[in-house]
Design a protein around this ligand. Structure first.
Ligand SMILES: C[S@@+](CC[C@H](N)C(=O)[O-])C[C@H]1O[C@@H](n2cnc3c(N)ncnc32)[C@H](O)[C@@H]1O
Length: 258
């Protein structure tokens, strides 16, 4: 299962609109040295390195970084030389600093179960970027209370990671909300993963997760608290449209004041 989850991640996460936007922004603002926390298998990191930008990727999951390193083997020496990788849990880790830009993409806020943790991550990004440097944020957002489709406590549904891998191993992931506070947006779920080899269930894993689906106004509040300047923002990255009430995604290009 080590290699299977990253394989399924790459198969499912094929968005390129955010990557295209990030590449444009880095070029326009002459960013040459970039940090990407939560880089995973390199969906965003590798295209940046291929543009001649030095990038440091950080992630807590060795399996994701192994897949990134395997992809990197296929790249030219020039691209390889642009990439540094740090394997660490990132909440307690002191992030390196002095970067032209920090990329917080791939819905990173949803990796964390509270507003406090999300704030801590944005503060760490702030500390890692040099004065006058930039932070890119993109995230799903839920304004106000959780909608009903988040609230089906006790109902188990198929979830990531699910699919048949290249070697025939099949993963079936499930998610079952076990506690939901609609108003405070606290959402806890029991996750389960079944692994089938030759159609036989060979392993089963269980774990708990908590999410805090952040709202647009909560992201804005964090940005203001850090006194970051909003240079641009979007609700729909694909159409490059500004955020409008009701949008469930938001992205920002921010500058740390000198
Ligand atoms: C959804 S993936 C996003 C990967 C990549 N940014 C992208 O957009 O394709 C989230 C990544 O964050 C990492 N991650 C989540 N919480 C973490 C933590 N506390 N410390 C380090 N890495 C973490 C996971 O291992 C995973 O690779």
């Amino acid at each position: 299962m080590e290699k299977h989850i990253p394989e399924i991640y790459d198969r499912e996460e094929t968005t390129i609109e955010d990557v295209e936007l990030i590449l444009e922004l880095l070029e326009k603002h002459h960013c040459k040295n970039v940090l990407e926390p939560f880089c995973g298998t390199g969906r965003i990191l590798l295209p940046i390195a291929a543009r001649g930008v030095k990038i440091t990727g950080m992630d807590g999951a060795k399996v994701m970084l192994n897949r990134l390193q395997n992809k990197l083997k296929e790249e030219s020496e020039a691209v390889k030389n642009n990439v540094s990788v740090i394997h660490s849990e990132l909440m307690g880790y002191t992030w390196p600093s002095g970067f032209d830009a920090v990329i917080l993409g791939g819905n990173f806020f949803f990796e964390f179960g509270s507003l406090e943790e999300q704030q801590k991550i944005l503060t760490k990004a702030y500390q890692s970027v040099k004065p006058g440097g930039y932070i890119f944020i993109s995230s799903d957002t839920i304004e106000g209370e959780l909608p009903d489709y988040w609230c089906s406590v006790g109902e188990e549904n198929p979830a990531f990671p699910s699919g048949i891998c290249e070697d025939g191993v099949e993963l079936k992931g499930y998610s079952k909300p076990v506690y939901v506070n609609k108003t405070n947006k606290i959402w806890k779920a029991h996750r389960r993963l079944e692994i089938f080899k030759n159609d036989k269930l060979t392993e089963e894993y269980h774990w708990e997760i908590q999410k805090y689906p952040i709202g647009y106004s909560e992201i804005l509040e964090m940005i203001h608290q850090l006194n970051l300047e909003i240079l641009d923002s979007w609700g729909d990255i694909k159409l490059r449209k500004p955020f409008q009430t009701g949008d469930n995604k938001a992205a920002f290009w921010l500058r740390k004041k000198r």
